[in-house]
Ligand binder design. Structure first.
Ligand SMILES: [Zn+2]
Length: 292
């Protein structure tokens, strides 16, 4: 049992007990007074830290210098060490199960398990991940994305540290990153169609014939980075940015290539393109559920 747990369990007894001692045993009033003060300190301390504790999956606190540069251990067998191949510069091998990692760019490796019969059904075979993702799998058995979803299922809002989300957003107090990725912002724009065509009367002046019909079309507005925190959904683009309070989201519509949010007091919905809209739906609904 940790000290904090001990305090939580015993704080009431501490407070009541010390108060009784203080009141009735006048000879020990100094002792009682100290007990009372300690009790109050413990009680106040506990009350102020009694907020939802967002925990990271076990193993997420591994040192950053290990995480980015090299494999901690083999994600396939979880026992072996990943060592540099003797002949090929871009290959690393597990010294236990012979899993092979081929460098695909600066920090990404593609796994080949053709040499390890024992793990031929390994779920991440042929996946191309960054070293930090492989290390996440080695430590937790799951990708960062899968860990994030599991956190929501357990009833927590995942907290992803600054290093894992390369977001341009500056966090406010009591705010933390939940997820972030490259995205595009689209907004509806009114487009008018004229049934009868148009006649040019002067340079740049046209007279439209027939009845005008207008409809809305989703227009690409900007490319940028989409960040979800435990409080906000933020799009940071080169030209346009959008800062949405999670509490003001009225509904989310999922499309194959992204999702659309309708926001309180805003006429236009916003559409954000994402790689995995189902995942974003889970993130947003999960975060919205926990906010108050
Ligand atoms: Zn291995």
């Amino acid at each position: 049992m940790e000290i904090s747990e001990f305090c939580i369990k015993t704080r009431w007894w501490f407070l009541i007990g010390s108060f009784i001692i203080f009141l009735f045993i006048s000879d020990l009033s100094f002792f009682g007074l100290i007990m009372l003060v300690l009790g109050i300190i413990g009680f106040v301390n506990h009350s102020s830290t009694n907020r939802t504790n967002y925990s990271l999956p076990a193993g997420f606190d591994y040192p950053d210098k290990v995480k980015k540069d090299d494999f901690i251990k083999c994600p396939v067998c979880q026992k072996g060490k990943i060592k540099q191949d003797n002949e090929k510069q871009n290959i690393k091998n597990c010294d236990n199960c012979n899993a092979q990692f081929k460098k695909t760019n600066d920090s990404s490796f593609k796994l080949s398990i053709k040499n390890c019969e024992e793990y031929k059904d390994y779920q991440y075979a042929n996946c191309d991940f960054s070293i930090s993702e492989w290390n996440t799998i080695a430590l937790t058995g799951k990708t960062l994305r899968e860990n994030t979803l599991e956190q929501f299922r357990k009833g927590d809002v995942p907290n992803i540290s600054d290093q894992k989300v390369n977001s341009p957003v500056t966090l406010k107090s009591n705010e933390h990153f939940v997820w972030g990725e490259q995205s595009q912002l689209h907004e509806p724009r009114a487009v008018r169609n004229y049934g009868g065509g148009s006649i040019r009367v002067a340079k740049g002046v046209r007279i439209h014939m027939g009845q005008a019909e207008s409809h809305h079309e989703m227009r690409h507005i900007d490319n940028g980075f989409l960040t979800l925190t435990n409080k906000r959904l933020i799009f940071s683009g080169g030209q346009r940015s959008s800062n949405i309070d999670i509490r003001k989201i009225m509904n989310i519509t999922i499309h194959t290539d992204g999702f659309k949010v309708n926001i309180e007091n805003r006429q236009k919905p916003q559409f954000f393109s994402t790689n995995d809209s189902e995942f974003w739906n889970a993130l947003l609904t999960g975060t919205m559920k926990h906010i108050n």
